[in-house]
Design a protein around this ligand. Structure first.
Ligand SMILES: [Cu+2]
Length: 324
C-alpha cells in the first residue's frame, strides 16, 4: 500500500511547505488595504476550493487503483460504459458547477474593484498619475501640483485613484500589499484604485518584463496620516525645485535614477496618455541612439549618463523635504 502512495509524496510535501511557511514571504497574502484584502480573499477561496477538488481526485485515484488492481480472481474486467447517460451527466455537471463556483466571486470582485473601495465610497479619492519610463516611475499629484520620481507618499484610509500610462514600453503597475497589478501603456490611460489602511512603506514595481533594467524598475509607497501627507505636499510645493523641460527630457532616456522631488509637474507640457511619441522625440533631441544591451558602447554610454546625473544631483540643493 505504501508503495502505491509514493507518487503522491511530492504533492504532500508541497502542501506541507505551503502550510508551514506561513505568510512571511508571500506579501500578497499580507494585504494592508481593502483592495488587497478582497483579492487575497478571492485567492484563498480559489486555492481552498481547488485543493478540495484535488483531494477528491487523488482519493478517488488511489481508491480505484487499489480496487481494480490485477489479482488472481479479478481478471478480465471489461466495462462497457459507452453512451451511459448517467455517467455523461455526472462528468459534465460537476465541471460546470466548479466553473460557476469559481467565476461568480471572481467576476464580482473584478467589477467591484473597478471603483473605489466600498468602505470609502463617500471620500474623494486622491488622484495620482503614474507614468512609466524605462526604468523609472514618474508620479504626478495634479491637485498638489508636485511630482516625484520612484517614490510615493499617500494618506492612509483614503482611496487613491492611479491614472496609469507609459512613455515607452508597456509596463505593469503593482504594489503587492495594496492590490493587484494593472497595465500602463503609451498613448492610453488605465485607472486603478488602491488604498492603504495601515501606515508603513510598501514595495511597488513594474511586473511586466521590459528588458535590461526591468529588475530595478521599482518604487516605494509610504502611507502616512492625512496631516503628515498634507504637510509633506505643501512643503514639497514650497521647497522642492521646479521640474524643467530639459531635466524631464533626460528622464526619458532609458536608465535608472534615484528618488527625485519637484514642485511642478510634466503635465504642464505633456500627457503621455495623449502623446505616445514624446519620449521618442526627446531621445532624438538628445541624440540618443539605441545600442545593443551590454555591448561596450551601451555600457560606456550608461556610465557617462550616470556620472552626469550624479553631478547634477550634487549641484542642486534639493530642499530636504524627503529624508529617509
Ligand atoms: Cu519617502
Amino acid at each position: 500500500m505504501m508503495r502505491r502512495l509514493k507518487p503522491f509524496l511530492p504533492f504532500g510535501l508541497m502542501m506541507a511547505v505551503f502550510m508551514l511557511s506561513g505568510c512571511s514571504d508571500m506579501i500578497v497574502l499580507d494585504p494592508k488595504g481593502p483592495v488587497g484584502e478582497e483579492q487575497k480573499d478571492l485567492i484563498m477561496y480559489s486555492i481552498w476550493f481547488m485543493l478540495f477538488i484535488l483531494l477528491v481526485v487523488y482519493a478517488l485515484t488511489a481508491f480505484i487503483v487499489y480496487k481494480y488492481r490485477d489479482r488472481k480472481n479479478h481478471k478480465g474486467y471489461d466495462p462497457d460504459n459507452e453512451g451511459s447517460h448517467l455517467l455523461e451527466t455526472i462528468w459534465w455537471i460537476i465541471p460546470i458547477i466548479i466553473v460557476i463556483a469559481l467565476s461568480i466571486p471572481t467576476v464580482k470582485s473584478i467589477y467591484s474593484l473597478e471603483g473605489p473601495p466600498e468602505e470609502s465610497k463617500d471620500q474623494k479619492p486622491l488622484v495620482i498619475h503614474a507614468t512609466s519610463v524605462n526604468w523609472k516611475w514618474v508620479f504626478t499629484y495634479p491637485e498638489q501640483d508636485i511630482e516625484t520620481v520612484n517614490y510615493l507618499h499617500i494618506p492612509e484610509d483614503r482611496p487613491v485613484l492611479f491614472k496609469l500610462t507609459s512613455a515607452d514600453s508597456m509596463a505593469s503597475f503593482w504594489v503587492p500589499q495594496l492590490g493587484g497589478q494593472k497595465y500602463a501603456m503609451a498613448g492610453m490611460e488605465t485607472e486603478l484604485y488602491l488604498q492603504a489602511d495601515e501606515q508603513g512603506t510598501y514595495e511597488g514595481r513594474n511586473s511586466n518584463f521590459t528588458g535590461e533594467g526591468f529588475t530595478d524598475h521599482t518604487f516605494d509607497v509610504m502611507a502616512m496620516s492625512d496631516a503628515e501627507f498634507e504637510k509633506w505636499a505643501s512643503e514639497t510645493k514650497a521647497e522642492a525645485p521646479e521640474l524643467t523641460k530639459g531635466q524631464y527630457d533626460k528622464l526619458m532616456l532609458p536608465g535608472h535614477v534615484k528618488e527625485m522631488t519637484f514642485s511642478s509637474t510634466h503635465l504642464d507640457w505633456v500627457d503621455h496618455s495623449k502623446n505616445a511619441e514624446y519620449a521618442l522625440d526627446a531621445r532624438e533631441r538628445l541624440g540618443y541612439e539605441e545600442k545593443i544591451p551590454h555591448s561596450r558602447a551601451a555600457k560606456e554610454e550608461k556610465k557617462k549618463r550616470e556620472e552626469e546625473m550624479k553631478k547634477q544631483e550634487e549641484s542642486e540643493s534639493h530642499g530636504d523635504s524627503h529624508a529617509h
